[in-house]
Design a protein around this ligand. Structure first.
Ligand SMILES: C[S@@+](CC[C@H](N)C(=O)[O-])C[C@H]1O[C@@H](n2cnc3c(N)ncnc32)[C@H](O)[C@@H]1O
Length: 322
């Protein structure tokens, strides 16, 4: 990412990258959370495209991803949240203004899945959880998804960054939308939702897989998420949300994250142990990135057990991985 001083491999990831960084002290706060009560949760709200921020400075720059170029903005954490650039404050600001390595890994993996014929977004309902910049969801729009819903903890992230990024990457249909939904020329219905994973299901398209496992029209066909599994305390909430939102029996989840977040305890394996314990979903590793510059990163696909069309050779048992 030439010229990007916000390189995801540098400042933000120092917090997680090595075991010598086991006790981050830059306001990341996971270790402080038992001493400092978490602030009350922000309300769950839909953020309309018309609510895009015009007061915060947004600088657009290209990101090259193995033959694919997307645009991303850069905004100041200080300007949006009155926090210094490296801060992540649990319950207040969860890191959505940074571009994290996992989201780039995820876009590359999705691109390669599409090119290999393992995945198609055309006509699909897609949800990106913990979107921040939203590049994986934007990729889904460009690949012809019917619906892409972006979710972030902070409405400010959606207003100042995710919506401007969508506008920068997706050619906009100038016809006004009666539904307050942005119509891009890709034909995708794009919406933005802010709120905590423990409550946001009330605004999203959910599907109660226990009550109605055969309803084909609710839930999302594909859920995307990058760098969302760092904190152990939220893994169960995140998994419960995924279960409510995954269309059954065809729903897929693509997750990119670090194998372990040293010092904070989460990681892909910790999340997959929650998935495995529940016994409803299976998973397969799609990519592993061990470039020596930081902790090992991984991309996994998770899917309902009863999905039989996926070649069995793609499924990996967690016990073999751990
Ligand atoms: C480390 S950032 C990753 C952002 C982006 N996916 C990327 O990879 O660049 C974590 C994301 O998860 C969201 N998030 C973290 N905890 C959350 C929670 N409890 N409820 C809802 N969203 C949360 C944050 O708002 C943020 O967008």
């Amino acid at each position: 990412m030439a010229g990007n001083s916000e390189s995801p491999s540098s400042e933000a990831f120092r917090l997680f990258s090595s075991s010598s960084d086991e006790k981050p002290n830059l306001g990341f706060g996971f270790f402080d959370s038992s001493e400092t009560p978490r602030p009350s949760l922000p309300p769950c709200v839909e953020v309309l495209p018309s609510e895009v921020s015009s007061s915060v400075k947004y600088i657009v720059e290209p990101v090259s991803l193995d033959g694919l170029t997307l645009l991303k903005g850069r905004v100041s954490t200080r300007e949006v949240f009155a926090l210094s650039n490296s801060d992540l404050v649990p319950g207040k600001y969860e890191g959505g203004l940074k571009l994290w390595e996992g989201s780039l890994d995820l876009v590359k993996a999705l691109h390669s899945e599409v090119e290999n014929g393992h995945l198609a977004f055309t006509g699909k309902r897609v949800l990106e959880l913990g979107c921040g910049h939203g590049l994986p969801g934007i990729f889904a729009c460009l690949e012809g998804a019917a619906t892409v819903h972006f979710q972030d903890f902070n409405a400010e992230v959606l207003r100042c960054l995710t919506i401007p990024n969508a506008n920068a990457n997706l050619p906009k249909n100038v016809q006004p939308s009666a539904l307050n939904v942005t119509n891009y020329d890709t034909g995708t219905e794009v919406r933005f939702f802010a709120g905590d994973w423990s409550e946001i299901d009330k605004l999203l398209h959910t599907h109660d897989i226990e009550d109605d496992p055969t309803n084909p029209v609710s839930g999302y066909d594909i859920i995307l998420m990058a760098e969302t599994v760092y904190s152990i305390s939220v893994l169960q909430n995140l998994y419960e949300l995924i279960k409510k939102c995954t269309s059954s029996p065809h729903g897929l989840v693509y997750m990119a994250a670090k194998k372990h977040y040293f010092g904070v305890g989460g990681g892909t394996r910790r999340f997959l142990s929650v998935v495995e314990k529940d016994g409803l979903m299976d998973f397969s590793m799609v990519a592993e990135v061990a470039d020596g510059s930081s902790n090992v990163r991984e991309v996994f696909m998770t899917l309902m057990m009863e999905l039989e069309e996926v070649p069995i050779g793609r499924l990996t048992n967690l016990k073999r991985l751990l």
